[in-house]
Design a protein around this ligand. Structure first.
Ligand code: ADP
Ligand code: MG
Length: 315
């Protein structure tokens, strides 16, 4: 690596994330980082790519794109019920300004959620992109998994759906100051909620990145059962219906994705914890599991067909 690169890494990344954890014995500066997991805990690891033009519009501010990319990656830890430990960050930037902005956005998100930056790579590329690997921990065997729903579980939603897609629609429609745009720019990874749900005995959870119906279908498929969802009980229903009309609200809520709410199932008699933060979202029951397969969606108890399935890169 050149001196320039070395100075850049020192300036942008070293010591710039959240506070160090005992998990990391050696962080940024050597060929690799070194880690020591705690006894009785499992490591949870996920890796996410985020590309300009695919995951964020070309004209979207790169610092905000990097911030949301880091939060989206961290959300996978929340969905498993893991406590975040550290992140490795690959930044591919088209020029120095883009590198500065991407680096700044990424470390801002890490500092806001106090997650350590343990390493990464920095390269030039034709288009701006990030690749983010996250690690977390949870007690052995305790993870909330997609294949752990039971046929008589209730289906719960914690956090908004449809708002980020509404924000993206406004941004792309030439309304950068639209009322929903901040919901696209700023994602909340729901670690505290995820850990509390796991501790309360929830066994099955997913974070909604592709869309409510598509992510519910992932649970249904992995757990080999059917899921029923009633759209009108989703807390965002009225607001989105008022702003965009019934058809658009239905599509935004069912297929919007990118809000990173937690969708989980739990036995009917399970005592759910209070919301993670005072004033934070409470879990809302939006449906149930049954024997069978697939996802059945209703609006005011009438069956509805969802036009778009959700996001699929190669669909
Ligand atoms: P190597 O050539 O051995 O792969 P690099 O020159 O890529 O090492 O990186 C030097 C150090 O800086 C490494 O410890 C690496 O993890 C860290 N680093 C490089 N880029 C980033 C980044 N974007 N975020 C965090 N750490 C980084
Ligand atoms: Mg090396």
């Amino acid at each position: 690596m050149s001196d320039g690169e070395f100075t850049l890494i020192e300036r942008l990344f070293r010591g710039r994330g959240g506070s160090p954890t005992p998990f990391t014995r050696l962080g940024i500066g050597d060929d690799a980082s070194i880690h020591r997991p705690q006894a009785g805990m499992e490591l949870v690891v996920s890796s996410d790519a985020s590309l300009q033009g695919i995951h964020w519009p070309d004209d979207f501010p790169p610092d905000q794109a990097a911030d949301r990319a880091v939060c989206a990656a961290l959300s996978d830890l929340a969905a498993m019920g893991a406590e975040p430990l550290c992140v490795w960050l690959n930044v591919m930037a088209s020029d120095r300004d883009a590198l500065d902005a991407l680096g700044r956005g990424a470390v801002d998100a890490l500092r806001r959620h106090d997650v350590e930056l343990a390493g990464g790579d920095t390269t030039r590329a034709r288009e701006n992109a990030l690749s983010i690997t996250v690690a977390g921990q949870l007690p052995n065997g305790g993870a909330m998994r997609r294949d752990r729903a039971a046929p008589d579980d209730a289906l719960w939603l914690l956090g908004p759906v449809g708002l980020a897609a509404a924000g993206l629609r406004q941004w792309q429609g030439g309304q950068p100051a639209g009322a929903f745009v901040h919901n696209f720019s700023r994602i909340t990874p729901r670690f505290d909620a995820g850990m509390q749900l796991r501790a309360a005995g929830v066994r099955c959870c997913i974070d909604i990145s592709d869309g409510l119906v598509q992510d519910a279908a992932h649970i249904a498929h992995a757990s080999d059962l059917m899921i029923e969802i009633e759209l009108s009980v989703v807390p965002q229903w009225q607001r989105l219906e008022q702003a965009f009309g019934t058809d658009a609200a239905r599509d935004l809520i069912a297929a919007g994705g990118e809000d990173y709410a937690l969708l989980f199932t739990a036995p009917l008699d399970l005592d759910l914890p209070e919301p993670e933060l005072p004033g934070g979202p409470a879990a809302v029951r939006i449906g149930r599991c049954r024997p069978g397969s697939g996802v059945a969606v209703t609006l005011h108890d009438e069956p509805v067909t969802i036009r778009e399935g959700g996001f699929d890169h190669f669909g």
